[in-house]
Write a protein that binds this ligand. Structure first.
Ligand SMILES: NC(=O)c1ccc[n+]([C@@H]2O[C@H](COP(=O)([O-])OP(=O)(O)OC[C@H]3O[C@@H](n4cnc5c(N)ncnc54)[C@H](O)[C@@H]3O)[C@@H](O)[C@H]2O)c1
Ligand SMILES: [Zn+2]
Length: 365
């Protein structure tokens, strides 16, 4: 088992990474001296696979727990589902010292974390992420929240979990497309912060695609370490944390104009990262051969690299970028790269450069 610490003073916590850790859930919650009662919030795909094991582990260590199952998919990240969860928590008499376990992907983690942050003005919660994306990204760092009709993640809080338990065994049941989508975030960590990680991914992509246990443990631990370091330095995104948004301005806009239907998040940010790399070539002298290396790695991870926007979609994409919540005073600030492993935040991109990159149809030549 590997342990990564998220350094946030009194709110510091551990990320544990290893095979079969779900069976230790109860023991770890006992170690943290969490209260007697808890709700395990999960979704309709994950609950039948892992719900019982989570509840049994908690009960073995003397916790009174119940499983609260919400629908699967992005639409469950809504205030309506939050209300359903509050009602469930109240019905089972969860109190101030009770806690919530989020068992699932990023949707369950963001939703259950928000429920925990607000029920009785905040009760402790534990993340048990079961997708690759959730293990390397969404479960760490304390951003929790839900979507509104007007856009994604518009209601939320910074609310740190008490622990993150990444059971690598749960990744075995993840559908291939979801797994590959998580790889886009893994590659992102290499580009923004760790050239050696990027090179390791170039060497070990076949093993990673096979979901080899040792490779996964190494790589997930490294990604968590990077996220922990960044969040530890800038919890509420005053500066450094913005590097995690590399490729996300264009990626989010692509998701929005396709109504969250055509692309999974990781697919959209693969295209977004490549576009950002090309813009970086124009503006920061990011070497062209490195753009090609990034494209090649996404391709080997079987992630999309060609944007292929219809003419009518280009203005829609630009408009969607302008309503992103990270835009301030109408100006989009990009994260751009100097070289693989090093990025700069707050970069202004002239409209003509953006349009040229989007117009080529390809994010890579
Ligand atoms: N809080 C953050 O910092 C942060 C960061 C990145 C993304 N996010 C959010 O995360 C969400 C996306 O997360 P996601 O990609 O994990 O999606 P998800 O939670 O929808 O999971 C993807 C699909 O896989 C299923 N699934 C989950 N684990 C499984 C398993 N082990 N076996 C079989 N099926 C399984 C789910 O039921 C779902 O159908 C988005 O809402 C995004 O906004 C949050
Ligand atoms: Zn992302």
């Amino acid at each position: 088992m590997r342990i990564v610490k998220v350094p946030l003073g009194r709110r510091s916590y551990q990320i544990q990474i290893g095979a079969g850790l779900l069976n230790n859930l109860g023991r770890e919650c006992a170690r943290l001296k969490l209260g007697h009662r808890c709700a395990v919030i999960s979704d309709r795909n994950v609950a039948p696979l892992y719900g019982k094991r989570a509840v049994h582990s908690l009960e073995r260590d003397g916790f009174a727990s119940f499983l609260l199952t919400v629908p699967a998919g992005e639409t469950a990240k809504s205030l309506k589902t939050v209300q359903v969860c509050y009602d469930g928590l109240a019905r089972h008499r969860l109190e101030r010292n009770s806690f919530v376990v989020a068992l699932g992907g990023g949707v369950v983690g963001d939703l259950a974390g928000f429920v925990a942050a607000t029920y009785l003005r905040g009760i402790p919660f534990v993340q048990v992420p079961t997708t690759l994306l959730a293990q390397v990204d969404s479960s760490v760092g304390g951003k929790v929240g839900v979507n509104l009709e007007a856009g994604k993640n518009l209601v939320g809080a910074f609310y740190q979990p008490r622990m993150v338990l990444c059971d690598l065994t749960t990744l075995k049941s993840l559908p291939p497309r979801e797994y590959r989508s998580g790889l886009a975030e893994v590659i992102k960590y290499g580009i923004i912060r760790d050239r050696a990680l990027f090179e390791k991914l170039e060497r070990e992509m076949p093993k990673l695609l096979r979901r080899d246990g040792k490779t996964l443990a190494d790589i997930i631990a490294r990604c968590c370490q990077i996220k922990a370091e960044v969040v530890g330095a800038d919890e509420t995104e005053g500066g450094l944390r913005a590097i995690l948004n590399f490729g996300h301005s264009i990626g989010h806009a692509l998701e929005a104009i396709s109504h969250y239907g055509k692309y999974l998040h990781g697919e959209a940010i693969s295209l977004g990262q490549l576009a950002a790399a090309r813009i970086s070539s124009s503006l920061l002298g990011f070497p062209s051969p490195e753009v090609e290396r990034i494209a090649e790695l996404f391709k080997r991870a079987r992630l999309p690299i060609n944007l292929n926007l219809a003419a009518a979609q280009k203005p829609r994409l630009l408009r969607a970028m302008a309503v992103d919540k990270k835009v301030r005073n109408g100006e989009i600030k990009f994260v751009l790269a100097r070289r693989i492993g090093r990025v700069e935040i707050g970069q202004r991109v002239p409209p003509n450069v953006l349009q040229r990159v989007l117009a080529t149809g390809k994010t890579s030549s």
